[in-house]
Structures are given as C-alpha cells and as structure tokens.
Design a protein around this ligand. Structure first.
Ligand code: UT7
Length: 334
C-alpha cells in the first residue's frame, strides 16, 4: 500500500425526491419567494418524508460513490452529520453494514457544515497512517428534522441530502490527490449555531419540562461575516500549500450556504465569481452534504472538468472551517 497520498476516485450523491419551493414555504410562513431569492439565492430545497432518516440518504450516496469508484469494499466509513439516526450509537456502522462492507472501521464525525471537510481530512489521515487503503467519506444531513417549523430564517435556508466520495491510497502528485487540508475552529462562537437541548448541558428532560429548546438556531448575520472571512482565508492557505496562487484556482467549490456569501468569498479572493459553482438555488444549504452535492452538480453541468485546480471550502457551527486543494480527477458518476 502506498502512503504517498489520498486520491479522490469516486463520487456519488442522493437527494430525497420531494422538493419544497419558496412559494410552498410562503403558504406556511411569513416569507416570500422574493425575500428568499434576493437574500439567499435559494429557490427550492429537498426534504425527507417521515420514514426516511440520515442513514437512508447516506447509504444511497455511498452506494453510488462506490460504484463510481468501481469498488465493492473499503477499509473505513466516515460519516459527517449533525443529524445521526439516533443520539447513540453512531450512524456510520449501520451505513457500513447496509452497504455490505462487513466489519470495517466506521464512525461519525461532527463539525456541522464543515463536517465533510473534517471527514475528508480524517480519511486522508487514515490512509497516510497506513491504517486504510481506501475510505468511504460521506456527508449526510436531514436538517428538516431539527428545524423549528415556525422559524422562517432557518426553514428558508436548509435542505436535506447526502454526498459521498471514495479515497484510495495513491501518489501525492496524481490527479485527485488531496493537498494538505486546512482546518480551524473558534469555540468562542459556539453559541452562534446551536441546538441547546438534548446534550449533557441541557438534557432532554428540559424539553419535557417545558424550558429546553430542542431546535437548531443560527445567528445569521454574525455567521455570515465569519463565513466569508474564514472560507476566503482557508482557501488561500490550502491553495498555497500546493503552490497555487489565488488566480491559479480554476474552481472554488464552497459550502452552499448563501449566494451572497459565495460572491463575497470570491470577491475577497479576487476570483471571478463564475469560478465558484452554484448549486444552492436547487437544494439550499444541505450542511455536511453541501460540498459533495455541489461537486456532483458541477461535474454534471460541465463546470468542473478533469484537470481543474479546485479548492473545496466550508464553514459551519463550532465555529469550524476548512479547505483543501485537489486537481480534479477524471471520474464517472454512477
Ligand atoms: O451553514 C452554516 C453557515 N451558515 C451560513 O453561512 C448562513 C449565514 N447567514 C445567512 O445566510 C443570512 O444571515 C440569512 C439568510 C440567515 C439571513 O439573512 P440576513 O440578510 O442576514 O437577514 P437578517 O437575519 O438580518 O434578518 C433581516 C430581517 C429580519 O426581520 P426584522 O428583524 O428586520 O424585522 C428577519 O426576521 O429578515 C427577516 N427574515 C425573513 N423575512 C422573510 C429572516 N428570514 C426571513 C424569511 N422571510 N425567510
């Protein structure tokens, strides 16, 4: 097994079929298509039905990623999610079992919307350590299950979905090899994106007692500012680690939180905005699934081509952020 590099060699995604438009939301909440489009760029988002959980989406995306990679087995499964099927145990072992992957290492990883990049870095680390020759890295979230039905500011933004990639051991200079990841956190901002109840600080009983808040909350404006600064800085650092200047970046595939954020990040990096593929208009903010879903869409539309010098970047609760450079490989989507 070579430990030269971790190479991205498969990509698969899955969206629940039911799409909710801005007009659908406006029938339920005090909002409008005009407000949501102009403030976020989002047009629709997909949501699960009551019988579908994160593992269901993760299995579909994982299956497609394995097929795309031409593999029936991997040595580890990493699942980035904020919405595990259950608080305990982790969801990844169940996903691995349902994919027929046997008794491989499998664990969940929580870094909210940066989860996929943290999982990608961890998967690359397992390969670099010689612990695994291949890793299935999945980002899957069903935020529709944790949003306050009455909160227009979060319901307008978030959607459900899953995306996955396969990493394999390879050479550090071949197409698809991940550059050294850049990861960061700032726990002084932990209150900006939070589900207060249901953990050890405010146990579930506080909800039953009538004073605990079980829903996902976000201080949008403060998060917005942080997201722009951190993603731009991390992206430039990740590009620098593989010897690229800002203008060398052909595609910046950024966490799809808000079109205004994508534009502000591109502007801050002095990148033409068209180098930043947009997918949020169709799926909203899909949290840990956002980057692989955006990659898949950009490949399907031809925006992302083999050889493109690509930087992936994300920002999320924690606060957390990350970025990673990769020369896009020739892969076929299942
Ligand atoms: O994925 C993790 C990272 N997340 C992000 O990066 C998200 C970053 N933040 C954002 O994308 C934006 O801050 C939001 C889209 C969440 C909000 O946009 P904003 O331009 O920052 O609006 P705001 O929060 O300052 O709210 C302005 C007004 C408020 O009304 P008042 O208090 O001025 O009367 C909100 O209640 O807009 C109101 N508002 C809405 N109005 C209609 C909030 N959501 C809606 C809505 N429809 N859906």
């Amino acid at each position: 097994m070579s430990t030269g590099g971790a190479v991205l060699c498969g990509l698969g995604t899955w969206l629940p079929p039911h799409a909710v438009t801005n007009d659908d939301l406006a029938r339920e909440l005090d909002t409008s298509d005009e407000w949501i489009r102009s403030r976020t760029g989002i047009g629709t988002r997909h949501v699960v039905d009551v019988s579908t959980a994160t593992s269901d989406l993760a299995v579909e995306a994982g299956r497609r990623a394995l097929k795309s990679a031409g593999r029936e087995s991997v040595d580890a499964v990493l699942l980035a999610t904020t919405t595990p099927d259950h608080p305990c145990p982790a969801t990844a072992p169940l996903v691995a079992a349902r994919l027929g992957l046997g008794t491989v290492a499998a664990f969940d990883l929580g870094a909210v919307c940066t989860g996929f990049l943290y999982a990608l870095a961890t998967g690359a680390g397992l390969i670099a350590a010689g612990s695994a020759g291949s890793v299935l890295v999945i980002g899957a979230d069903v935020y529709s299950t944790i949003l306050d039905p009455a909160d227009r500011s979060t319901r307008a933004i978030f959607g459900d979905g899953a995306g996955a990639v396969v990493l394999r051991a390879g050479e550090a200079d071949e197409p698809g090899a991940l550059g050294p990841p850049v990861l960061g956190s700032d726990g002084t901002g932990s209150e900006l994106i939070i589900i207060r109840a249901g953990g050890s600080r405010e146990p579930l009983r506080t909800v039953a007692e009538g004073h605990g808040d079980p829903y996902f909350r976000m201080a949008g404006k403060a998060v917005f500012r942080n997201a722009v600064e951190r993603m731009a800085e991390a992206s430039l650092t990740a590009a620098g680690r593989v010897g690229w200047a800002a203008d060398d970046i052909d595609r910046l595939v950024a966490h799809q939180a808000n079109l205004r954020i994508l534009h502000a990040v591109a502007d801050r990096m002095r990148l033409p905005r068209h180098r930043c593929p947009v997918h949020l208009d169709q799926v909203g903010n899909t949290a840990a699934a956002s980057i692989p879903l955006a990659l898949s869409h950009a490949v399907a539309t031809g925006e992302l081509e083999p050889g493109h010098r690509t930087v992936l970047t994300a920002f999320g609760g924690g606060l957390t952020w990350g970025a990673c450079a990769v020369r896009w490989p020739a892969i076929t989507q299942a």
